[in-house]
Design a protein. Structure first.
Length: 620
């Protein structure tokens, strides 16, 4: 999938959708798509051929440099980003697996390395386990391939497309074998580029029959092999016993205490000379918010409710950054080459490429690397990182997102273009199942706000969360602001609340998130005129709502009211937990299509009429 341009917009005749009959409308859409997809396949096959030719040419030159990838019609990414699309490139697969067993870890090496070179990092070392083993095929000559791949002073990859050309840059690379200290010192001497140290290792070193084999990877060595290994290594100590001379050589407690004491003395002097800066340093390193945070942030939210605006929630997110940012110098933002679309740059954003004291990182097209780096920044402390891309491209960052949740990283992830509402870019760019997947990830908090007020509350909650990541799911299209009382504004922070209500017990509850809230409100208003007792529940964060006490959840979604309709432009299956098996869902059950957003919402049933039909079927 090519991420840098719109694949269908300029080639599809949008007017073809304007047909009289709904059936003809749908048929035209599907037939048109078949033609477009076939053309795209031909273009991508040609691009794949060009790519493979370039790979072979590069190998013929002993990988002195990776040539530019010029597959402008659909394959336009860094060499190793092509692993899923180019499974037939056997050598490419070997290179993915050769340095470390997990492919995503090599993504991290390339992402960090490329970014480091762009930022002119002078003292960044990459320590790569150049293990001489491919699990699937056993021992191999893969180490030599790695050595060639990162030759000394070699440009390792170049990204090229019509909009940008970003060089990965040069590494100083060296193989560290017996004299590792010498290798490290050689790397330290290089001050104008990042360094890559490849450390030659053998899995199960010393095991007579299993060293360097897959047999040592996923199973115990076994008693016989352990005994043989001990004999081969001359190791006669009892199990779990470390000889005193070895233990003492590795025991760093005393040295660590001295270094910590020296640092504390130095900081005490700093604190005396610069008390305000020292207090700010300790506040940020402790993860504390400014003392005026609660009062000022709540005031901002109340002001937004008092001044309605019909804007996209991605724009509301940028406004929230503009409002909250001056209070939070610890903000460190960034986007994977989509800052103008994600709207994650605010007036005080400064690129760290231009100013080391800046607060914004242009990561380039490296969603996994960006997310992994954000996790590292979060765990370092002193910063609140936020990263951004399209919601669809969370797929490229999946493992790092999961690790953020697993590690409880305080990391805010901004995902815009949240549904089929992004329009003509088509199903390759339209998220369907991604939001449900994020919601089902343990310890992942997710917000899909419906207007600027819910967006500001979502940002506030994300900033205040210390025990895990938060995903903000934001729209491309403009959304109407909802009327609320002061209590309703306060209840947004609980993840779900009653937005519209009736007298007494409702007959029907409409549940919606994000761009579909105004659709639920429109259906509510129509049913009210018909004399039906209906409630609208806005549920921007199901995880925050589920964490509320039983009494609150019952007050919003009473168990006695089983007639429920959930409305969300995402995968439908997620919503059965709220509507039950007898409820109705207006959601996605297929991938999207390429057409204007208004047309897509009609085709996939996101209309007032369809919501009313679902509701009336439950009210009979």
């Amino acid at each position: 999938m090519y991420r840098g341009r719109r694949p269908f917009t300029e080639r599809r005749q949008i007017g073809a959708y304007r047909l009289q009959s709904q059936n003809c409308h749908r048929a035209q859409m599907l037939l048109g798509r078949v033609g477009i997809e076939f053309a795209e396949i031909l273009v991508e096959v040609a691009a794949a051929g060009r790519y493979l030719f370039q790979r072979l040419a590069a190998l013929a030159q002993q990988l002195h440099q990776c040539r530019q990838l010029r597959a402008g019609a659909g394959i336009n990414s860094l060499l190793l980003d092509m692993q899923d699309q180019m499974r037939s490139d056997v050598v490419g697969r070997q290179m993915i697996n050769v340095m470390v067993i997990q492919p995503q870890q090599l993504f991290g090496v390339e992402s960090a390395g490329g970014l480091a070179h762009r930022l002119k990092a002078k003292e960044l070392f990459h320590l790569v386990n150049a293990e001489n083993l491919l699990i699937a095929v056993g021992p191999s000559q893969s180490h030599q391939i790695v050595q060639q791949r990162f030759r000394q002073k070699t440009v390792i990859a170049v990204l090229h497309d019509p909009y940008r050309a970003v060089a990965f840059g040069e590494f100083f690379a060296i193989i560290a074998q017996d004299h590792r200290d010498v290798a490290i010192e050689n790397a330290r001497a290089v001050t104008d580029k990042p360094s890559l140290l490849m450390c030659k290792t053998v899995i199960a070193f010393g095991a007579p029959t299993k060293a360097g084999t897959h047999g040592a990877h996923g199973a115990p060595l076994g008693d016989d092999e352990i005994a043989a290994t001990r004999k081969a290594l001359g190791w006669n100590e009892p199990p779990f016993v470390i000889p005193a001379e070895i233990y003492q050589g590795w025991d760093a407690k005393e040295a660590g205490k001295k270094k910590e004491a020296a640092w504390n003395d130095k900081f005490a002097a700093y604190e005396k000379a610069f008390p305000e800066l020292a207090r700010e340093f300790k506040r940020r390193m402790n993860g504390e918010l400014p003392t005026n945070w609660q009062a000022e942030s709540q005031k901002i939210i109340e002001q937004l409710q008092a001044k309605p605006a019909k804007i996209a929630t991605r724009k509301a997110s940028q406004n929230a950054l503009e409002a909250f940012g001056p209070m939070l110098p610890e903000f460190l933002g960034g986007s994977a080459d989509l800052a103008p679309s994600n709207l994650t740059i605010w007036s005080k954003s400064t690129s760290i490429a231009n100013d080391p004291a800046g607060n914004y990182i242009h990561y380039g097209v490296r969603e996994f690397g960006m997310t992994a780096i954000g996790n590292g920044i979060a765990h370092h402390g002193g910063f609140v990182p936020y990263t951004a891309t399209f919601l669809m491209f969370v797929e490229y960052a999946r493992n790092a997102v999961r690790m953020a949740a697993l590690m409880k990283a305080r990391h805010i992830m901004v995902y815009t273009h949240d549904s089929i509402g992004l329009g003509e870019d088509g199903p390759t760019h339209q998220p369907v199942e991604q939001l449900a997947s994020l919601r089902m990830t343990p310890n992942m908090s997710n917000w899909r706000p419906c207007d600027q007020v819910e967006t500001a509350v979502a940002w506030k909650r994300a900033i205040e969360r210390h025990d895990g990541p938060t995903a903000l799911i934001l729209s491309r299209q403009n959304l109407a602001q909802q009327d609320r009382t002061a209590q309703q504004v306060a209840d947004i922070a609980r993840g779900g609340y009653v937005l519209k209500d009736c007298e007494g017990q409702p007959e029907l509850i409409l549940i919606a998130t994000g761009s579909e809230v105004e659709l639920a409100v429109a259906a509510y208003e129509q049913l009210q005129t018909e004399g039906r007792k209906v409630r609208v529940v806005s549920l921007p964060s199901s995880d925050f709502f589920d964490a509320q006490d039983d009494n609150y959840r019952e007050s919003v979604l009473p168990k006695a009211v089983t007639a429920r309709v959930a409305i969300e432009a995402g995968i439908a299956d997620y919503w059965y937990k709220y509507v039950g098996l007898d409820g109705q869902i207006v959601g996605m059950t297929t991938f999207g299509e390429s057409a204007p957003a208004e047309e897509l919402f009609k085709v996939f049933g996101f209309t007032k009429e369809n919501v009313l039909n679902k509701a009336r079927s439950l009210l009979k």
